[in-house]
Structure formats: C-alpha cells, structure tokens
Write a protein that binds this ligand. Structure first.
Ligand SMILES: Nc1ncnc2c1ncn2[C@@H]1O[C@H](COP(=O)(O)OP(=O)(O)O)[C@@H](O)[C@H]1O
Ligand SMILES: [Mg+2]
Length: 132
C-alpha cells in the first residue's frame, strides 16, 4: 500500500465515492499495512474509530450519517486532525472545514467490470504521495 507507507502524523485523506465503491476496503488495506487488519469495524454508527500504530494513531471516520458540518464540530471532529492520521469516508461532506493540506481519493465502480474500481487522487495544499 504505497500511500500507507508514506503517511505521516497530521495527514488527512478523504475518501469519496458511492456506497460500495470501495472506501472501507481501502481503509482495510491501509490498516493491513500496519498489521491492524483484524481490528477493522465500520464506524458508520460511531462516526470515528481509533487505531494505534507505533508512530501515530489512525482515525477512521465515516461521516455519511452526520446531518451537517456543525454536527461534525459538535463531536470534536476537527480536534482529531492534529492528533494523528485521519481517513474520512464521505469526507467531501466536510471538505469546506478541512485544513489546507489534505488528499482526496475518489472511488468509482468500473462500468464494464463489477470487480474493478477506478480511483483518482487529488492533492490539496502541499499534500503529496508518490505513486508509481
Ligand atoms: N478495489 C475493489 N475491487 C473489487 N471489489 C471491491 C473493491 N473495493 C471494494 N470492493 C467490494 O465492494 C463492496 C463494498 O466495498 P466497501 O469498501 O464497503 O464500499 P464503501 O465503503 O465505499 O461503501 C465490498 O463487497 C467489497 O469487497
Ligand atoms: Mg464504507
């Protein structure tokens, strides 16, 4: 997982795409890089799950069920950003309050092959990962 190997404390990655497009699967792969694969659970009802690596915490958000950005702030959402690495499913919903540096990964089902996902990666501010 090239991105997981490059993340550092404070990084924010938002995961955008329809239901079933592979956002949670991506997080699973990401956690596997840190040997946390057995611990994943969907944060759909808890909004955020927390994982510990040797170097930083990983916060896995799913903000789908939040009514609005105020609700994200009410649960102290922004405070997580400076405490570790944040992966945010449906993060485009809170994009307007994100700090300037973040990465956005957009997932799309392939229209021909149901087993294929097409992704695009956008870097905002000075966020950057090298993808070969
Ligand atoms: N890259 C992929 N290639 C093939 N199937 C995938 C891929 N990513 C996810 N899937 C399948 O799609 C389904 C939904 O994936 P999930 O990650 O839960 O989607 P989301 O979190 O975006 O709603 C799962 O059954 C998963 O196995
Ligand atoms: Mg999901």
């Amino acid at each position: 997982m090239q991105i997981a190997s490059q993340v550092k404390f404070g990084d924010i990655i938002i995961l955008s795409g329809d239901l079933g497009s592979g956002k949670t699967k991506f997080v699973e792969g990401f956690l596997t890089y840190f040997n946390l694969q057995n611990e994943i659970s969907s944060p759909t009802f808890t909004i955020v799950n927390e994982y510990d690596t040797n170097d930083f915490k990983i916060f896995h958000f799913d903000v789908y069920r939040l009514e609005d950005i105020d609700e994200f702030s009410a649960i102290g959402g922004e405070e997580y950003f400076e405490k570790g690495v944040s992966l945010i499913e449906w993060g485009e919903q809170i994009e307007s309050i994100l700090p300037p540096n973040y990465t956005k990964i957009t997932f799309n089902r392939d229209y021909l092959d149901n087993n294929i996902r097409n992704i695009s990666i956008e870097f905002f501010g000075n966020s950057n990962y090298v993808i070969n």
